[in-house]
Structures are given as C-alpha cells and as structure tokens.
Design a protein around this ligand. Sequence first.
Ligand code: MCN
Ligand code: CUM
Length: 808
Amino acid sequence: MNKELSREERADALGGMGCKRKRVEDARFTQGKGNYVDDIKLPGMLQGDFVRSPYAHAKIVSIDASAALALDGVIAVLTAEDLAPLGLHWMPTLAGDKQMVLADGKVLFQGQEVAFVVAKDRYIAADAVELVEVEYEELPVLTDPFAAMESDVVLREDLLGEGGSLPDGAHGPRKHHNHIFTWEVGEKDATEQVLQEADVVAEEMVYYHRTHPCPLETCGCVASMDKVNGKLTLHGTFQAPHAIRTVVSLISGIEEHNIRVISPDIGGGFGNKVGAYPGYVCSVVASIVTGVPVKWVEDRMENLMTTAFARDYWMKGKISATKEGKITGLWCHTTADHGGFDACADPTKFPAGFMNICTGSYDIPTAYLAVDGVYTNKAPGGVSYRCSFRVTEAAYFIERMIEILAIELNMDAAELRRINFIKKEQFPYQSALGWEYDSGDYHTAWDKALKAVDYDGLRAEQAQRVEDFKAGKTRKLMGIGLTHFTEIVGAGPVKNCDILGLGMFDSCEIRIHPTGSAIARLGTISQGQGHATTFAQILATEIGLPADSITIEEGDTDTAPYGLGTYGSRSTPVAGAATAMAGRKIRAKAQMIAAYLLEVHDDDVEFDVDRFVVKGAPEKFKTMKEIAFAAYNQAIPGIEPGLEAVSYYDPPNMTYPFGAYVCVMDIDVDTGVTEIRRFYALDDCGTRINPMIIEGQVHGGLTEALAVALGQEIAYDDMGNVKTGTLMDFFLPTAWEVPNYETDHTVTPSPHHPIGAKGVGESPHVGGVPCFSNAVNDAFRAFGLRHTHMPHDHWRIWKTANGLGLHG
Ligand code: MCN
Ligand code: CUM
C-alpha cells in the first residue's frame, strides 16, 4: 500500500457503528437458503400432532385412542394419563402459574391440547388425530373477565384450597376463584385526593383488544434424545434458548449439560416464541419414549388460536388537570384477561409487565395503577407482540387519555402534550410510578415532528374540511393522529428483573483469530432483527477489525454464553452493551501487546480506529490485525497467548427510547374506509448502530401497529369459539394496505449504556397503535366523539359515524 488512508477512510473501511451496512443474513434468506425448524430432518424422525378441544370449557369424560393406534404408521398417542407418572402432565408457566400440557380432566379454551399423536409422517399424524375419540361434557363458558369475576363457575379447580378456600396465587392474595392477582403501584389515596380537588377530570374506559403476533413461521421444535450418551438436543423456534434449556432441565430432570438447545433461523418471533408450549414438552417426552427424533410444528390455525396472544386489557382511567392544562394526577384500574392459564412472559416482579410506565412522556406528579388479572375461557399467554412488556398498553392508555383530556379542556392536543412533557433538564427523571427515565429531549423531538408535517397547516385544513362536510361539499373527514411515547426497554437490571429466578443480564464472548478475523457469540437470538449485521458493527468500531471479518453467532446453548434472549427490545441495551464491554477487554489486552511490540510503555500508545499508535508519533503504530497475529505468534512477557474476552453485562438501568409520531388520515363517512395520507415517525433510540436496520424495524413495527389499530383482532363468540382463527378472518396487512412511512430521528444517547444505544425494535409498535387510533378518533372530534374502541375496521367506523348521526 503506497497511499496512506485518512482516518475517515480507515473508519469507513471497517463498516462500524452508524453506517448503513447491508444485512449479511439476506444472502441466504433471499435465496431460500435459510434453515428453519421445519427444514430440519433427522434420520428416523417422527411427527407429532395434537388432538385439540373444540370446546372452550368442558369436562373430559373419556379418550379412546384405539382407532388411531390401529392406523398404519401411528406409533403412539399420549394423554395426560401417560404424562402423569412422569409429573409432566402440567408444566410451570413463566408467570408463576401452571398449565396443563395435555388436558387433565377438563379443558379451558378452544384448541387446548388434549392428546399428542406420534406418527411416521405429518399426514398420518393428521389422519390419526381425527380418529381419536374424545367424549366431552360441556361446562358454562366465561369469555368476559368482568363476568368471570362475578361468576360461580370455577375455571381452575386446581387452585382451590381445602373446602373451596382460596390460597394465595403466585403474586399474592386472590379475591375470587377466577381472580389471578392484584398488582398495585403508586399512591392510591393521594391520587384520589388530587382527582377530587382538580379543576378538570377526564374519565374513560380504554380497551386494548386481543391480538396475536402471527409470525410468518409458526412455533415448532424437533426433540432428539440420544439414549446412548444421554444427550437431548432440542431445535426450536425459541426467543430465549438458554432459558428454555434451564426450564427443560428443571421439569424433565435431565441435567442441564446434557441438554443442547438450538434456535436455528427464526421466521419472525414478535414475542410469540418467548414462552414454553405443550408441544415442546410432548415432543421431548415422545422422543424419550420412542428413542427417535420427534418434530412438532403448528399450522396457522393452531398458532392463531392457541399460542401467546397479546393485550386484552380493559383500562379504566382518570386524568386530572388545572384549567390551564397542567396535569395533576393519573389513576388507572386495569382488568386483564389472561385466558385459562396465566402464561404471560413478564419479569417475575412485574405481573403486568412495565405497565407502570403509563405516565408516559409527561411530568405527572401523582399517580396510581392497579391491575387485576382474571381467568377466562380463552387461550393462555399474553404480553407478546412488539410490546416491551405491556408498554403498548400503557402508551395506548396515556395517549388516549391525553386526547380525551384535550377534549375536556377544549384545548389543542399537541399543545396539551407540550406543556406537560418532562423537560430536558429534569432527566434523569423519577416517575410517580417508580421508574428512573435515563435521558430524553421531548420538546425538541415534538417541535421537529410538528414542523415536518406543518401541523398548523393541517389543523387549518381540517377545520375547513369540517366546514365543507357540514355544508355538504364532501363526505370525507380528516383525522390528525398525534402520539409522543416513552418506551422502557433493556431488562435487567438483575436486581429487579428475573424470569423464573434467572437474572436478566446478557452476554458476549469474542475470539479473535490469528489472522485478524473473529467470531463473537451472544446470549440473544435474532428472529429477523439483523443481529449478525449490527453486532458486528459494534465490534468493528470497538476493536478496529472490519465488520466483514467478524462472524456473529447466536442460539446454540452449547457454544453461546448464557443469556436471557431476545424480546423486550433488550438485545441492544443488554447484549449490545456486553458486546461493547467484551470488545473493550480485547482492546485493553491489545494495547499491552501493541506497547510491547512498539517498545513503549502501555500508557504511551492510544487506540486510533484500527490500530494503536505511539502518542505524538502517529507514524509508529501496530494495526489490530498485526496485534492479533502477535497474540498467537510470540511469547510476550506477562501476557497469556491468545486474544479472547467474555462479558456478562448487568445493566444499571433500563433505557428509555421515545418518539413523536403524526398520522394524517382521510375517512369516508359512508363506507368507513380509512386512507392514510401521511405517516411521520420520529424515533430517538440514542446512538444509532445501523440506520437502515432501524428504518426497517420502524417500518415493520408501524405496519403491525396499523394492523392492530385498524382491524386485527382475536375475537371470540359467547361460546368461546375463536372467530378469527385463519388468515381469511385475521387481518394481516400486505403492501396493499401499507402507506409510505416518513422516518426521522433525534439522538439522545443513554448515559449509562457503554455506547449510548437504546433499543428500538418495539418502539414503532408502541407509538404506532395510539397514533393510528388517535387519527380515527380525532376525525370525529368535531362531531362530539370522545373515544371509540379499536380495532377501527371499516364496519366499526361506519357504526361510529352512524351513531354520531352523520348518515343524515
Ligand atoms: N438497532 C440499532 N441501533 C439502535 C438500536 C437497535 O441499529 N440504537 C438495531 C439492532 O442492532 C438490531 C435491531 O435494531 O439489529 C433491533 O434491536 P433492539 O431494539 O435491541 O431489539 P432486539 O434485537 O432485542 O429485538 C427484539 C424486538 C422485539 S421484542 C420484537 S417483539 C420484534 C422486534 O424486535 N420482533 C421482530 N423486531 C422484529 N423484527 C423482525 N424482523 N422480526 C421479529 O420477530
Ligand atoms: Cu413483547 S414482544 Mo418482543 O418482547 O419479543
């Protein structure tokens, strides 16, 4: 090389943080070379399939598997009776409840697992499922959580004590046999007093309906018990492979070192793949029993009807303010419908997740939140779907309450937000419900957003539209949806966040090879977020080797360091921090090696992009590539050979990303059809690792938000039948429905994260749902609407317009 590169050129060559590096994953995905669970085919592998309950609540009178067993190619039919001797007919849930693996005397929701058929292939298994005769005796069905709390019908006899008494649940005392827990945060009496004395109080019931993450790839696994060496290998669609390994060990009794859990490529998780499902347990048992590998993969209906739903929160709210619009208090009581078993995936101490972030972006001095979890005859699960542990619910709640308060005050909703935002100089900010927000600059983001969309111009146009509508010149109304959300992502810290007692740290282990390339392994697992691309960028900047020379590997518990996995947008805040810290350990050792090679003191060399240089003599340097080789090639006094490091990172706090969104929508009053004219999304996730990946995350999260706000729902009839169990009925948006999103950003680094990064994966969903919903509600504000429930499909919007007398 004759021409010496400039610092900038050397930095560019690394492909480090801040650059729009192309996704390294896509070469295989776009060529159909991904390796998903259903691609795994092991010698002799059998196929499992479930017999499921058609009823939402019924006693099991008898199960007759003889006809199924007589079918050629059927190996076994497992029922609760077969699992009971092993103690595996029930399993613990992540929420501290227990769940039937196979129906033990009764069923609690439509689609519940009743028997597990094991056959030579999937087709035979499906035929055999039809041949299993189950006699049911129907029981009264409860699909409404308020009715469930009043009903004499007992859903969970297993949780009754002697003589029908009510022992405490996993989260304290229970008030009723269908009650799960009460969780309270904040000051009840003080808040009620503030509400009583306030100039203005707005009150509303805000319902966030039941939805489903619906990833393209459904849940599944392949269990393979090697009886010769006692090793169990479990391939599966797991968002938390290490936690699954620990759970499998605890419930099966197989020692943890004899279990290898592998998450191969995952076709979208969105929270659906955090929990443990009966299919995993049955596959493992079936493999142990038969001695050959057993695969289980859900079909679409099974995925929609039986695995982790999201939301189903009834949030009764009160918000108070002075005449001038300064908010004085916030009160919320939530009734949470958890279905038949509480299988939510929240950190143990937070039975309603981080819903106590519901004071949002506002400086609210006094607040109170109570959540009652309730059993009903619906599918278990909960929390999942780009939610950051119930933060979607919290953001939807506060952003609706703000809009309703603006109506009550007869004020502009953007201005009401502005005067109540937490100010830049108030960070770190202690919220009334117990969080310490790390950093933020809400006013700057808000002003930038309003300016970008010409907010005043939009309001003027809207006012004109209302005039025109009243004058009969148009049948279309215009809605302006506003949202300013504050997220909370990056669980840990270990001191207050654990799942099943496992502290929520994360990890990274790096090995630099002699030729200056590297492999880094993490405790997280990508499901489409592009970790192999972005974590290599963090390392490129930290250790000065090109991102293209760094392999990122996740998801194999035999090789990756222990970590709690990918959900709650925690990978960047936690594993990303571990990656930077491990990189710095590499650099510290590299510094000693460089000093030795350059024959100066350690303190006399400094890191410069891709090398260590002698201070004041930039022509004397050793590149990281040279240093890597030296680490393996020479004996350096006082320094071990090799160049490796590992970091287990326990974050001191969560990170608090935020954003300002504006949606401009036209609504045809006669058809209820919505047209999104404009969607502007400003996100602040602190230091940005890869702007292109962030933009992709934002587009995806917004599209899922559009789905939820405008039509997607898991609906039940009174008998507990799922009305939306196929993609014919369950709204999954395609390019057809999706508008052109405008993305923007500000950068307010996290002060405690080693590279200042906050998470972003869930932000667009958290902010998007209220923004779309606010646009619909806002379109009708001039005609007296306060609040209407999601999902805002055409039919419901038509009904809203009709109810307001807009159809003449
Ligand atoms: N990123 C970045 N700069 C930042 C923050 C993040 O470049 N300041 C990048 C990260 O490097 C990573 C991606 O953005 O490649 C998302 O990072 P992060 O916000 O840390 O979220 P996680 O990686 O932990 O992903 C989880 C999050 C969740 S909880 C859901 S749900 C969701 C989401 O990611 N599921 C997804 N986005 C998804 N995207 C796809 N394609 N598939 C899913 O299943
Ligand atoms: Cu809450 S859905 Mo994401 O945490 O996997």
